[in-house]
Structure formats: C-alpha cells, structure tokens
Write a protein that binds this ligand. Structure first.
Ligand code: ADP
Ligand code: MG
Length: 240
C-alpha cells in the first residue's frame, strides 16, 4: 500500500486529560476510512491534529513522507488536506456555482495546482455532489443536506489528496445519508477520505476500513463486519 498519511505515536494532553494516547495509524492513498468511537474518544482531536487545528503534545504527522507536525491549518490545506467542518463555510448570498468558483480560487487550490494537481471540472463536481440542477441556486436557499454537499464540493475543487469529513451525515435524511456514503465511494478513486461518524448505517454503506477509538487509543481497526463482531467493541461502543 502507498501510505498517504502517517500518524506516529501521537498524543495530545488537555491539562490532566489524555485525549489522544500514543495513536499510530497509516492511511493509504485513495482509500476510505471511517473513524468511530463513543463521545470523548478523541475523534475530533484526531481530525484537528491531522488538519493542524490542534498541535500534538507528542508524535509526528507525515503527509507523503514529509513531516507536517505542528504546521498551521492554512499550510496543511495547501499541502492537500481539505476539511469539511460541521459549521458551513460557504457564502450564503452567493450561488452554488459562484461558491465553487470562489473555492477553486482559494490559496489551497492555487497551491495544489502549482504542485501539479489537476482540479476537477466544475461540472464534474456538480454531478458528483448531486448539485447539477442547482448551480444557480443561492446557497442560503439550499436545504440542509444540499448545503452539506456544497461544502464537500468546495473541498473537492481544491483537488485535495485527503478529504476529512466531520460527521457528514449529521442532520441528513436516511436517503441523503446513503447518497453521501455513495459519494465517498466514488471520490476515493481520486483521493483518501476519512469520515468521522456516529451513524452506523453510514459507516456500513461507506465500506472501507473502520477505526475504533476509545479513551484516546485505537481499540480496533478492520472491516465493518469485523468491527461489529468484536466483543470488546460491542462492550465499549455498542453498550452491550
Ligand atoms: P470525540 O470527538 O470523540 O467526542 P474529542 O476529541 O472531542 O472526542 O475529545 C476527547 C477528550 O478531550 C474529551 O474528554 C474532551 O472533553 C477533551 N477535549 C477536547 N478538546 C479539548 C480542549 N480544547 N480543551 C480541553 N479538553 C478538550
Ligand atoms: Mg467529536
């Protein structure tokens, strides 16, 4: 496997609390992953360490073999890690198409192009995110689910190597949840996708590898079925 992102002995302390405790994980290029775990397991801290929003107390983060530990979120974005936050970052008064064009002109997108990446055509992004008929719609008029997909589209136009999604199914209908999982399946031909998720139907539909965090450490990694069948996972996560 070609390793895209390598987390090596990552720990993060908040005062007396060890939110991440010696986490080592390799993520392959063009693969999809779901990170699950109970509340407080360290999932968001892990995502924050990857995108540079939180500095690890110990350990190293390598992207394509180059160390990015402790770099600012802007610099990490320019290296090709795109994060879709739960809080929308689109311009509500602009149309879907304009939002995508603005994102395609962002410093992150420009850096990726300068590094030789080919950003996707806007028409392709509109198609993959299910927004083809909504290019002229004002972002603020989009229903919640479509707005989430616009946010994903705005990440895609920056031609990322890695797309980090924090609870992408939050607030989505069942149909939208499954459509988002299919979207990830389609995208992982082009990039690595890491989704932090609670919704187990979503995790099952995404496929790929599942990583279970518990008390800041990796409890288990494997396929959805392997993880679901694991008694330790059932005890700590599924509450059985
Ligand atoms: P999850 O996303 O899995 O619910 P988090 O990564 O948000 O877990 O949190 C892991 C632990 O770290 C929790 O106990 C949380 O309270 C603590 N924590 C997270 N961020 C901070 C912070 N900025 N300051 C203090 N404690 C934090
Ligand atoms: Mg969280």
């Amino acid at each position: 496997m070609t390793v895209l992102l390598s987390l090596q002995h990552i720990s993060r302390r908040f005062g007396g609390l060890l939110a991440l405790d010696d986490v080592s994980l390799d993520f392959a290029a063009r693969a999809r992953y779901c990170v699950i775990g109970p509340n407080g397991a360290g999932k968001s801290t892990l995502a924050n360490v990857i995108c540079g929003a939180v500095r690890p107390s110990a350990g190293r983060v390598l992207l394509d073999g180059a160390e990015i530990t402790g770099r600012s979120p802007h610099r990490i974005a320019r290296r090709g890690i795109a994060r879709k936050f739960q809080v929308p970052s689109c311009f509500p008064e602009a149309s879907v198409g304009t939002n995508l064009r603005i994102a395609a002109e962002s410093p992150a997108a420009r850096s990726r192009i300068a590094a030789g990446a080919t950003p996707p055509a806007l028409a392709d992004v509109l198609a993959v995110t299910g927004l083809a008929d909504l290019a002229r719609t004002t972002a603020s008029e989009l229903p919640h689910g479509r707005r989430q997909w616009l946010e994903i589209g705005m990440a895609l136009v920056t031609a990322p190597k890695l797309l980090l999604l924090d609870e992408p199914s939050a607030g989505l209908t069942d149909d939208e949840t499954l459509a988002t999982a299919r979207m990830i399946d389609e995208l992982c031909g082009e990039m690595t996708v890491i989704a932090i998720e609670h919704d187990m139907r979503f995790v099952e539909a995404v496929g790929g590898e599942v990583i279970v965090l518990h008390q800041g450490a990796v409890l288990r990694r494997g396929t959805f079925d392997e993880v679901r069948a694991d008694h330790t996972v059932q005890d700590v996560y599924l509450g059985r």
